[in-house]
Design a protein around this ligand. Sequence first.
Ligand SMILES: Cc1cc2nc3c(=O)[nH]c(=O)nc-3n(C[C@H](O)[C@H](O)[C@H](O)COP(=O)(O)O)c2cc1C
Length: 178
Amino acid sequence: MQDIVIGYAGKYGTTKELSKRLEAELRAIATQSADQRREIDILRLPVRELSVEHIHDARVVVLGGPIYAGRLPRVLRKFCERNRTALLSRDIGLFISCLYQDQQARDQLVQAFPQWLFDHAIASANLGGRVKLDELKSIDRLLVKRFGKIDQDLDRIDDRRISSFAGELYSVLKRELG
Ligand SMILES: Cc1cc2nc3c(=O)[nH]c(=O)nc-3n(C[C@H](O)[C@H](O)[C@H](O)COP(=O)(O)O)c2cc1C
């Protein structure tokens, strides 16, 4: 059985990067934890490669996705709906990657995942976002510039939030392990 399964989505790599940093932080917390008797098992995959067996085989499931025009990618929304029963049987952590901040970001976090999943989650966070205009497809660059009013590269990845989100997840895992 895996201790934690992390599934992520996203077109431009920031959410994947956040999932990597989250995994590293979880491993660091586990190593520092005085009562830790073994390394924690973490499986980290794009959500399109995750199956219902992965959910059943996990103590804690973490799902993360970027916000594009207010929504999570379809692949992640579909994954949640398809696996509703399995997800409701597990401890769940949810995160988003986005560029908005403060109240706008909090609103996006609440609205991004289905209500039933958000209500069930034991932790949720906006871990921040990043945009490199040169790397965007031209239609996406246009949207970001016009509607997001962004005209330069931005890096709003929030390492402190990654740490505290990892801390919350780890304390739930520790309770599970007894
Ligand atoms: C087409 C597009 C639409 C976006 N829309 C939003 C948005 O509505 N709100 C927001 O906070 N950030 C928005 N962003 C910023 C992304 O959420 C942010 O860049 C995120 O880190 C991208 O993750 P990824 O690299 O995994 O794709 C948008 C980015 C793109 C490319």
